[in-house]
Design a protein around this ligand. Structure first.
Ligand SMILES: NC(=O)c1ccc[n+]([C@@H]2O[C@H](COP(=O)([O-])OP(=O)(O)OC[C@H]3O[C@@H](n4cnc5c(N)ncnc54)[C@H](O)[C@@H]3O)[C@@H](O)[C@H]2O)c1
Length: 342
């Protein structure tokens, strides 16, 4: 039985404890939060679980095998490093750190200690993204031409991170999973409409060597909630609407082709293909349940998590590059495969 502790029981932490408490191969044993009211609520829900304001009590407890961190990003590095140095397995909320240097240090420490390190990029464990991954990997979409995401709502303004870091992090991890290719350049624009707060609206464009282009629109200042991705391939196109109750992923057999027929030289040589639409059956299991089981599998077998520290590091590098571009009003920032070029 793998014993798990959770640090941070604000908005996201209770989703983790609910899932960990239901595991059959794992056991939720301790919860830490600085806020006594959050601890009271946790103690009422899980009477047999130890609660404490001091996260060090979890870190020092030799009976705890793994610790999940769901605190604000500014505290991730210090807490995560303490967990790894204690020789425990680590689950860390996204985005994993504020800087890529901190992320690299955590990756190195986890590898040195042979600890399992999962970064909670939850979308990768949804039925929708896993199905889209299958479709892309199976070649059914053809060459991926574009990824176009709108992730907007009247959002919870964060104090320590911009909307780019908070919401575009989801798209960066989804792209990392779907494309298996790193962008070579990024350009971003954004704005904070309220002085002294981080940017609340951003438009980000990523360029890939293969010709794929990705555009991401994130905002905490939209009157309606939209969570929609268009994924365009040379053979088929996908519309993924995360707010749809059941048919979240729709595959369209639509596209265009150009003809080389010399007799049509003076005409637009484009042919339109308009075929069927197909909504594949998706695994409806909660993403955090799938992710928690995967975390335990990795601890038991030594397997590398799908969203390991290195994938989390790539996301932080992209956040850094896009933020630098955004602060330079859309100036292109060039990237290399691993890490950002100066
Ligand atoms: N994967 C997702 O879809 C998703 C969704 C929401 C939030 N998150 C991530 O989860 C993390 C937490 O976000 P949130 O919205 O729950 O924040 P929050 O502010 O609601 O909760 C954070 C909690 O951590 C506690 N805390 C802070 N420092 C602590 C410390 N040293 N020891 C113990 N407790 C401490 C705070 O008291 C608070 O209760 C962030 O990294 C965020 O990006 C992920």
């Amino acid at each position: 039985m793998i014993k798990i502790g959770v640090i941070g029981h604000g908005y996201w932490g209770p989703n983790l404890t609910r899932n960990f408490a239901e595991l059959t191969r794992g056991k939720l044993v301790a919860i830490s939060d600085l806020d006594p009211r959050k601890l009271d609520m946790a103690a009422r829900r899980y009477p047999s679980v130890k609660t404490t304001r001091d996260y060090q009590e979890l870190v020092r407890d030799p009976s705890i095998d793994a610790i999940a961190i769901a605190t604000p990003v500014s505290s991730h590095f210090e807490l995560a490093m303490a967990v790894l140095k204690a020789g425990k397995h680590l689950w860390l909320a996204k985005p994993m750190t504020e800087t890529s240097l901190q992320a690299q240090k955590l990756v190195d420490e986890a590898e040195k200690r042979k600890s399992v390190f999962i970064v909670d990029h939850t979308f990768i464990y949804t039925g929708s993204i896993r199905k889209m991954g299958e479709i892309v990997a199976g070649g059914n979409l053809g060459q991926v031409l574009y990824y176009d995401s709108t992730r907007v709502n009247l959002g919870l303004f964060q104090r320590d991170v911009s909307v780019l870091s908070d919401l575009a992090a989801h798209d960066f991890s989804i792209l990392d999973y779907l494309l298996h290719e790193q962008p070579v350049a990024v350009s971003a624009s954004g704005i904070n409409h309220f002085p002294g707060t981080p940017e609340n609206l951003a438009y980000i464009t990523l360029f890939y060597d293969s010709g794929t282009i990705a555009h991401i629109n994130v905002s905490w200042l939209a009157p309606v909630k939209v969570r929609q991705v268009l994924l365009g391939g040379s053979k088929k196109m996908i519309v993924y609407d995360d707010l749809e109750p059941s048919e979240k992923v729709k595959v369209y057999d639509k596209g265009i082709s150009f003809t080389d027929d010399p007799r049509q030289i003076h005409e637009m040589r484009v042919g339109y293909r308009i075929g069927d639409m197909w909504a594949p059956k998706l695994d409806s299991a909660e993403a955090l349940t799938v992710e928690a089981e995967h975390f335990l599998d990795c601890i038991e077998t030594g397997k590398t998590p799908l969203t390991d520290g290195r994938s989390g590091l790539r996301v932080v590098e992209l956040i850094e590059a896009a933020t630098s571009s955004m602060r330079g009003r859309g100036e292109t920032v060039h990237l290399r495969r691993q890490g950002v070029m100066a």
